[in-house]
Design a protein around this ligand. Structure first.
Ligand code: ADP
Ligand code: MG
Ligand code: MG
Length: 884
């Protein structure tokens, strides 16, 4: 295979499409050269050679050397210079450049080819000895760092000492002779430190530099960066060997970086910085404060220093033209590097510029308006999860933060409030009009009402799929979990954080669910903006997508916010949440503790009007849209007290002895509640529960239809079915109640009775279940649990280990396991449709808001995805991208 690709002089052997082979930098240098832009000529050694290099025990093979030397001949011809030459010496930059952008992670060596002779020739040729010695000392410093492993700092120390001795403030103030002296000191330093002298042979320098750049692929910071960004180790880096151009050739020379549009706001305005009389590294190194490229930028920053626009108008105009041209060509915001050598502009790099979500939106929308890209392209430009940043208030990045702890960023957004330590305190404080942050060691279903009342939730235990995390995400409440460095003392009601800062109940704390930070006190926030660019982009996304996006909503508040986010119905309403609220828990407990059917029916009669009014409100909000209501699902003891103290309280409130209550609780204890008496099994044991729920649903639907003049599309969902006979039985109960209510109200409410597909048996027997079921809803949380035989609530104890040991890549509760759980979904969809070709199918559960899982659902031809309200825009966008 070809090892070396040439670029320069308006031609190139590769191009932007060769990114895997030439790396991003090399591919785009080639592309720019082909476009006829001023790019210093050079050659790119392919990423494949990086593998070869490591296979050869870190040796550059002779074939590669020969190819590089041949390429160098061409560079010499193009530039009219000779590498190592004693008249017009050619200097080189040896630059890394992998397939994925890894800014600053890999190494680069500039000014290569200088030695005690060529430095004289360079000075002579440029007519500037100061420049030549400045370049030489830069080269020694960089080469020693990258190739010889000598820390840059010890050179900086020498430089600072000399500047102090000479009374010079800036590097640019030093004369040729002074730089020459510093070069002598540098070379001596290397000999002292390493017992070896600085290599004088330019070819030795070249081979060693190439080897060092290849080797930098495995340096510690690059390895860490790759792990964080999931960049495969196997990609390797290319090496670009390129003719140097000089930004340090006096005041008509400069070097800089720019974005073709503002990367933080998206504004269409060239945005960048440069330094006169400097080389590349100086801009980022922060030795001098860079100046703005444009006049506009200079004025905005209030800087006195002249802009490039003023200082070098010709080079600037050419540069601006090139930036426009690059945007036109790449149809996206570019991040570029350039150098001006004595008034002549050179382009050194271009790549797609990173930007904030806000900027990404604005750039995409404006590029459509400029006719640069299509609406569909614009939709594909936004990373769906990044929308989260926009939907919640965020901490103003300009204000100082007093951080007292951190945990996992479980649910995005930031909020401030008074600390409370129990759900009851949260509810009480909210009733007084206070804003509170609920601080717990961990949360459980009994805390739901308190979580609802809180502005934010903080737990010191648990992972990204812990109860607090899942519920908070569902509610759209900012949440940080697993803040292990913080201590909650429930008895004394204190929260202790970093540096022993102790906060008490009522103290103000700010939770940043986007970063995981916990801050002391109140912090200024920025409110989300959902109109404008966001609105336009979402409208385009809606036009492009096929699947419906529904929401999982249990409360009127959820339903309202989901509708405002564009939900097209409710895909899952979990009725059990309704039973935890306020006094209802008492009636619920009476029902559960009842010893016979009569007592149970009496308690259910108390619950009926409560459920009915909940449903009426929900149906009224969602009128005209489908609403899927799931019958009671969790095991009953979730509603019962657990600790002795709680049992005492509840027994007293219910007028029974604590002993009796404890015995009843014992009697319904289960070893594996997740696999126990729950789901449709409850409706089969106690049909009166399903009857009550069905009645509440139908009566509410009738009421809402009368009130709004527009009925909901009612769907009743039977959970945890594995046998068709189970569904037949429960559907029988529902159908009977429907007929009764029709008769009583004189109004026929249409409905579908369907089932959750959340057990492997149901998936496999889907064709049989579909004979009864009128729709399927894939409950991927339970389906994942039961397919893997792994409890979601306990998975946090071993999934991280699995990930660390490379046994599993993703947490299957976060991103759908396509191979296993996914295949079950495909089987069920296929078999279900065999029985009923139009069987409606959707997915609910955490995966409904995960872009990768949404892609899967598109391919499985599902009709809708359902996710938590705040994920609705993410899902709309992801569904559109999946369809495009
Ligand atoms: P990174 O990937 O870390 O940005 P680069 O290879 O882009 O590393 O090099 C860093 C800087 O070195 C560039 O921004 C540029 O200023 C300077 N540089 C690289 N190649 C050349 C060259 N051929 N001539 C002049 N300066 C160069
Ligand atoms: Mg660069
Ligand atoms: Mg389930």
């Amino acid at each position: 295979a070809k090892r070396v690709y040439w670029f320069g002089g308006g031609k190139a052997e590769g191009g932007a499409v060769d990114i895997a082979l030439l790396g991003g930098k090399g591919a785009h240098l080639a592309e720019m050269a082909s476009l006829g832009l001023p790019v210093p000529p050079g050659l790119t050694i392919t990423c494949d050679c990086c593998h070869e290099f490591f296979r050869n025990g870190k040796k550059i093979c002779d074939d590669l050397k020969a190819d590089v030397l041949a390429g160098l001949k061409a560079v010499e011809k193009e530039t009219g210079r000779i590498f190592g030459g004693s008249e017009r010496p050619l200097l080189l930059s040896v630059r890394s450049g992998s397939r994925a952008s890894m800014p600053g992670m890999l190494d680069t060596v500039l000014n290569l080819g200088l030695n005690d002779e060529t430095v004289q020739a360079l000075g002579h040729d440029a007519g500037d000895a100061r420049f030549a010695w400045d370049s030489y000392r830069r080269f020694i410093q960089m080469y020693a760092d990258v190739v010889m492993g000598l820390d840059n700092e010890i050179f900086e120390e020498v430089l600072e000492d000399e500047k102090g001795r000479l009374g010079r403030q800036h590097d640019t103030d030093l004369s040729a002779v002074e730089w020459q002296h510093i070069v002598t000191l540098y070379k001596r330093l290397i000999e002292d430190e390493l017992d070896e002298s600085f290599p004088q042979d330019p070819h030795v320098q070249l081979w060693k530099a190439i080897a060092a750049v290849f080797s930098s692929w495995h340096n510690a910071r690059a390895v860490t960066y790759r792990t964080l960004h999931r960049i495969p180790e196997t990609w390797g880096t290319a090496v670009n060997v390129q003719a140097m151009v000089f930004g340090n050739l006096g005041s008509t020379s400069a070097t800089g970086v720019a974005f073709t549009r503002n990367p933080s706001t998206g504004e269409k305005a060239l945005y960048g910085e440069f330094l006169a009389n400097a080389q590349g590294e100086d801009v980022v190194a922060g030795i001098r404060t860079p100046q703005s490229i444009t006049e506009e930028g200079r004025l905005a920053s209030g800087s006195e220093k002249p802009s490039m626009e003023k200082l070098m108008p010709e080079a600037f105009q050419e540069f601006r033209g090139i930036c426009d041209r690059l945007e036109q060509h790449y149809q996206d915001l570019q991040d570029v590097e350039f150098t001006v050598e004595r008034g002549k502009l050179w382009m050194l790099q271009t790549r797609t510029g990173k930007r904030t979500t806000k900027a990404a939106m604005r750039v995409a929308v404006e590029m459509v308006e400029e006719g640069l890209i299509s609406e569909e392209q614009a939709v594909c430009r936004i990373d769906p999860p990044s929308l989260d940043q926009l939907l919640h208030p965020t901490i103003d990045p300009r204000v100082p933060r007093h951080q007292i702890g951190s945990g996992l960023p479980a649910s995005p957004g930031a909020a401030t409030g008074e600390i409370v330590f129990t759900a009851e305190q949260a509810v009480a404080a909210e009733a007084e009009g206070k804003r509170v942050v609920l601080v717990r060691i961990e949360t459980s279903p009994e805390d739901i009402h308190g979580m609802h009342a809180a502005e934010a939730i903080l737990t010191t235990r648990g992972g990204m799929t812990s109860h607090a995390a899942v519920v908070a995400r569902g509610m759209g409440i900012p949440c940080v979990v697993g803040a292990g460095s913080m201590r909650v003392d429930l008895r004394n009601e204190t929260l202790t954080g970093a540096g022993g800062v102790t906060l008490r109940k009522g103290d103000i704390v700010t939770v940043d669910g986007s970063s995981g930070q916990i801050l002391k006190g109140r912090v200024a926030m920025q409110q989300p903006e959902l109109s404008g660019d966001f609105g336009k982009l979402m409208a385009w996304a809606d036009r492009a997508r096929r699947m419906q996006v529904r929401t999982n909503a249990d409360t009127p508040q959820d339903a309202r916010s989901a509708r405002s986010f564009g939900a097209e119905g409710i895909g899952l309403c979990r009725t059990e949440h309704m039973f935890f609220e306020g006094d209802r828990i008492h009636a619920m407990r009476e029902m559960i503790l009842a010893e016979d059917e009569a007592a149970r029916r009496a308690a259910l009669a108390k619950l009926l009007p409560l459920q009915r009014s909940d449903f009426t409100e929900l149906f009224t909000i969602m009128h005209g849209l489908p609403v899927t209501i799931r019958l009671l699902d969790p095991p009953l003891h979730e509603f019962l007290p657990k600790t002795e103290a709680e049992i005492d309280d509840v027994a007293r409130a219910m007028g029974m002895s604590p002993d009796f209550l404890a015995r009843r609780i014992d009697a319904i204890h289960e070893f594996n509640p997740m696999l126990g008496h729950r789901g449709c099994r409850l409706a089969i044991s106690y049909p009166e529960i399903a009857e009550m729920q069905a009645r509440a649903i139908f009566e509410a639907a009738t009421e809402a239809a009368k009130a709004t003049g527009e009925p909901v599309e009612l769907e009743i969902l039977v959970p945890l079915v594995s046998l068709r006979a189970e569904l037949d039985y429960v559907k029988g109960v529902i159908d009977a109640v429907a007929r009764d209510v029709w008769k009583e109200t004189g109004m026929e409410i249409g409905y579908l009775a369907g089932t959750m597909i959340e057990l492997p048996r149901a998936a496999i027997r889907a064709h049989v279940i579909a004979e009864t079921a009128e729709f399927f809803s894939f409950g991927t949380n339970d389906l994942t649990q039961t397919t893997f035989g792994m409890s979601r609530d306990d998975a946090a104890t071993f999934i991280p280990t699995y990930q660390r040991k490379g046994i599993i890549e993703h947490d299957p509760f976060v991103s759908l396991d396509f191979d296993g759980v996914g295949e079950l979904i495909q089987i069920a969809a296929e078999r279900g449709r065999k029985t009923k070709p139009d069987l409606k199918m959707g997915i609910c559960g955490e995966h409904g808001g995960d872009p990768a899982s949404i892609h899967f659902c598109e391919n499985a031809d599902l009709d809708y995805v359902s996710c938590s309200p705040f994920r609705v825009p993410v899902a709309r966008l992801a569904a559109a991208q999946a369809a495009i």
